[in-house]
Design a protein around this ligand. Structure first.
Ligand SMILES: NC(=O)C1=CN([C@@H]2O[C@H](COP(=O)(O)OP(=O)(O)OC[C@H]3O[C@@H](n4cnc5c(N)ncnc54)[C@H](OP(=O)(O)O)[C@@H]3O)[C@@H](O)[C@H]2O)C=CC1
Ligand SMILES: O=C(O)C1=N[C@H](C(=O)O)C[C@H](O)C1
Length: 259
């Protein structure tokens, strides 16, 4: 019997690709949801379910690439039903992330800023680079560029890169401090802070560069996605991996065996 996958936000850019990739992986599409009140057209042949509760009831695993405002409710449904959840949505607040972590005590949840395998390798390398390059000598700056429709900034991946740098330096992103959106009389850059710059334009799928800027040298690590299908393939892989796992908060590195 093939795994029944449900897709929240079925009419979105990612929702449509997730439906295609789920079928390509041999899964059955249990159905999808639209934003409440939305008039968007779902991909042909995919059953549209009335709400997220119906989606969880019909599915063995649910994939959510929607909007941050929906993440906590989807995580709560995962906890209530025990059904696995793959969460790719970005822009979650600390409160939303705490709700996801709490839900993961009762259901397996795979939450990842980026489901592309290459990005997860970059995150691991970023942590090692940060451990080797002292914060007093190398300023860490993260630059990302995305399509003009993206609604959150900096991207989830940029924040994950910042967290990886902070971990490598034995601290947290909150303690290191974020410097974003510099404009006007900002004062000098703080030593140890992690800088973020977000560019938006055209149809850029996703580009991230982590720069370590020293007085005499720069070292840059760049990842570029050319096709967002790479995220859909990774998320479906995560969904199939998650079925039958015990409750817990997993990441794409666990799916890839890099945990
Ligand atoms: N982790 C990763 O690897 C990746 C993460 N993402 C993230 O995934 C999210 C979606 O991206 P993308 O597909 O480009 O965005 P889209 O806006 O194209 O798709 C999101 C879809 O979700 C719908 N939606 C919003 N709220 C709900 C809800 N409560 N229930 C059901 N559907 C809802 C939207 O409807 P409507 O348009 O009517 O508002 C829209 O159709 C973003 O947060 C993005 O950053 C994207 C790519 C990779
Ligand atoms: O919105 C997008 O498109 C993407 N969002 C994710 C993010 O915020 O990091 C992943 C990828 O960069 C594409």
């Amino acid at each position: 019997m093939s795994v029944r996958i449900g897709i929240a936000g079925i009419a979105g850019r990612m929702g449509r690709l997730l439906a295609e990739e789920a079928v390509a992986a041999g899964a059955t599409l249990a159905g999808g949801t639209l934003r409440p009140g939305s008039a968007a057209a779902p991909p042909p042949g995919v059953p549209v379910l009335p709400d997220a509760a119906a989606l969880f009831a019909a599915s063995e695993v649910v994939i959510d690439f929607t909007h941050a405002s929906a993440a906590a409710a989807h995580a709560a449904l995962a906890a209530r039903t025990g059904r696995p959840l793959v969460l790719g949505t970005s822009g979650l607040s600390p409160v939303d992330e705490a709700a996801v972590a709490e839900a993961a005590r009762r259901a397996p949840i795979c939450y990842a800023a980026n489901f592309a395998p290459g990005v997860n390798l970059v995150l691991a390398i970023a942590e090692r680079m940060a451990a080797a390059l002292p914060a007093e000598q190398y300023d860490a700056e993260i630059v990302e560029m995305h399509h003009r429709q993206k609604v959150d900034a900096p991207s989830g991946t940029a924040i994950a890169l910042g967290r990886a740098v902070a971990r490598g330096r034995g601290t947290t992103l909150e303690a290191a401090g974020r410097e974003s959106g510099r404009d006007g009389h900002t004062g000098a850059r703080k030593t140890g802070a992690i800088g973020f710059a977000a560019l938006r334009g055209g149809q850029v799928v996703g580009e991230h560069t982590l720069l370590f800027a020293g007085a005499s040298e720069h070292i840059a690590l760049t990842h570029r996605s050319f096709d967002r299908r790479v995220y859909a393939t990774g998320a479906v892989r995560a969904a199939l991996w998650l079925v039958g796992r015990p409750p817990g908060l997993y990441g794409m590195k666990d799916v890839l065996g890099m945990g």
